[in-house]
Design a binder for this molecule. Structure first.
Ligand SMILES: Cc1cc2nc3c(=O)[nH]c(=O)nc-3n(C[C@H](O)[C@H](O)[C@H](O)COP(=O)(O)OP(=O)(O)OC[C@H]3O[C@@H](n4cnc5c(N)ncnc54)[C@H](O)[C@@H]3O)c2cc1C
Ligand code: FES
Length: 264
């Protein structure tokens, strides 16, 4: 069940240019959080900006009650969040939304993260490894210094491959090149993705071509975070010619089956 609590900052660490990893003490949230869910954070103590900001759950330590977030500073809200220090308290609502469907143990899954979209996939990968899935994480970024994970020194309990647009680290080209190589070679039972819309669209086309199921986590601007304002809707289509529907990313998502998303 989602709660709204004052969560204490345990650690705020800069891990790249404009990239931060935040740890919060929030046992009421870590207790039930699953991969793909998000929290809705009040970035300041006053009412400006009024709206909270949605950030995916990047990991949890249930024993210590710690919640981990990985975020990029893009505007006022996230800049204010980056200024918060150890010991301060933030209003945090969560866990919110519907997470990823976990594959049966033993299956081979590929996670595709574009930029900061990798944040929820690390939590998902950790849980899938615990369930004895074979996990490969593909991370794409503009350049080496923009890689949220995958830099030298980052340790993950799963296979990891990196792509950069400028070739400064790993494969020179889009991260979907790496995915296509896998789908055309050893294949995958399931693909999970999060990142920019263009990357998700390319991933959806590849999944359709190789007939592999997928689930994508969407990032839309949010008003209320709990299903009341309809500001976060995305267009979906049911299977078998069902009519188009608008679904709320904050409640029915943020994770949706890849073949139900409409890309116009
Ligand atoms: C379910 C969900 C999970 C998310 N998880 C993460 C995460 O783990 N880490 C992370 O860094 N970010 C995540 N985001 C995006 C994050 O919420 C936005 O970057 C943040 O709200 C921007 O707030 P701001 O005040 O800093 O920027 P604003 O001043 O509000 O916006 C600055 C710029 O960012 C763009 N922007 C704002 N909100 C979004 C958004 N939701 N998606 C894409 N672009 C946006 C705007 O178009 C604008 O160009 C997530 C979004 C959603 C909906
Ligand atoms: S943010 Fe209000 S309905 Fe989703």
């Amino acid at each position: 069940m989602a709660v709204d609590i004052p969560a204490e900052v345990v650690q705020q660490e800069q891990v790249g240019p404009g990239l931060y990893r935040l740890s919060l003490y929030a046992p009421q949230i870590t207790r039930s959080a699953v991969p793909g869910q998000f929290v809705y954070i009040r970035c300041t103590d006053n009412l400006d900006p009024l709206l909270r900001r949605p950030i995916s759950i990047h990991g949890v330590n249930r024993e210590r009650g710690e919640l981990f977030l990985l975020y990029q500073v893009v505007g006022r809200g996230t800049a204010l969040l980056a200024a918060r220090r150890r010991g301060e308290r933030l209003g945090v609502m969560g866990p919110l939304g519907r997470g990823f469907t976990l594959q049966a143990p033993g299956q081979r899954v590929v996670l595709v993260g574009g930029g900061i979209g990798v944040a929820p996939l690390v939590f998902l990968g950790q849980v899938l490894v615990q369930r004895n899935n074979q996990v490969c994480l593909l991370v794409g970024a503009r350049s080496a210094d923009q890689l949220p994970v995958g830099k030298e020194g980052y340790t993950a309990p799963f296979e990891l491959a990196v792509a950069t647009d400028d070739g400064s680290c790993g494969h020179h080209g889009p991260v979907t090149d790496l995915l296509e190589k896998i789908l055309a070679g050893e294949g995958a039972d399931m693909v999970y993705a999060c990142g920019p819309r263009g990357m998700l669209h390319q991933t959806a086309l590849l999944l359709a071509r190789y007939d592999v199921p997928g689930e994508f986590s969407l990032e839309e601007r949010m008003g209320c975070g709990v299903g009341a304002c309809l500001s976060c809707v995305c267009k979906t289509a049911g299977k078998g010619g069902e009519p188009l529907q608008y679904r709320r990313v904050c409640v029915e998502g943020p994770v949706f089956p890849a073949d139900q998303l409409v890309w116009d």
